[in-house]
Design a protein around this ligand. Sequence first.
Ligand code: CP
Length: 325
Amino acid sequence: MQTDLRGRDLITTQEWTKEEIETLLDVAFQLKRERALGIPHPLLRDKTLAMLFFYSSTRTRSSFEAGMAQLGGHAAFIESRTTQIAHGDTAREIGEILGRYFDGIAIRNVDWGIGNKYIRAVAEASRVPVLNMQCDIYHPFQILADLMTIIEKKGDPRGKTITVSWAYAASYQKPLSVPQSLILLMTRFGMNVRLVHPPEFNLMPDIVEQARENARKSGGAFEIMDDFDAGFKGADIVYPKSWGSWLTTEDPEESARIAKKYTDWIADERRLALAKEDVIYMHCLPADRGIEVTNEVIDGPHSVVFDEAENRLHVQKAAMALVMR
Ligand code: CP
C-alpha cells in the first residue's frame, strides 16, 4: 500500500504504479462498504474541487459532485462556454488561478489532438492536483471503475479474458479514450486482453505498444483481432463499444460513412452466447441502444452496467481523498 499520494495528478493510470492503483482500489472498496453501512467519511471537509467541462456528461459530473459532498467538501460545476476561456483565458491562467481557489481541478476536454495537451498544460501551472475526467486519449476514472467491477464480479483478474471491441453506433464519433485506457490498465493486471476492431478503427500505435509491453511484464496477453464473433468466443468479460475512426479520418461525415460498412457489429444475444456461460457485459455508457447493443443484452442477466456506473463514485472518492487531503 502506498500512503503518500497527496498532491498527485491522475491524468492516466500509466503514470501510477500498480501498487498505487491497488491502494486507490482498496480505499474505494472501503468507502463503498462505509456508504453501504451509512458510515459518514468527511475526509475532505472544507475542501473544494473545480470541475471544468468542455463537453457534456451525465455520470462523470454527477459522481464527482456527489462524491465531493459525501467527503464533506464541495464541487463547483464550471462549463467552459460560460467562462472567459473563449475570450482568452489560457491553460496556464486556468491552472494558476483555479489552483489558488480550489484544492483540486478536474477537467473533461475530449477535443482530438487538444484535450490531453490542455489538461497537461493546466497541471503544469497548477499548485493543486489535476484529475482527468476524460480527454482525447485517456478516461482513467472510467477504467478504474471497470477494474473495480471486474474484481467484484470475477475475483482475481489475472488470466481472465476481456474483449475490448469496437461496435457500431450512429450517434457521434466517440473518443478513443475508453478502449485505449482499458487495454493499458487491464494488461497491467495480468488479463488476456483482446482488442477487436475493423481496420479503419485503429487505436494510437504508441498506446497499443504500451499495452503489449504491459502484458509482457505482467504475464498477461494482448492480441488484436478483426473478427467480431471470434472476439466473443470464450471471453469472461465483453466490452463492445463504439469509437471513432480518428486515425483514419477526422471528418465526421467520412467517419460515419466508414462506420456504416459495419452496422452488423452489434452486441446481441447470439454473440453473447459465444462467450463463457458466466460472461459479464460491460459498457461505460451512454450506449446506442438497438444499434451498438440490443436491449436484451444491456438489460439482461449478464449486464453489469449499473454497478460499473456506480463504481465511478467510489473510485473517484478514493482518488480525491488520497490526492486532495
Ligand atoms: N461514462 C461516462 O464518462 O459517462 P458521461 O459521459 O455521462 O460522464
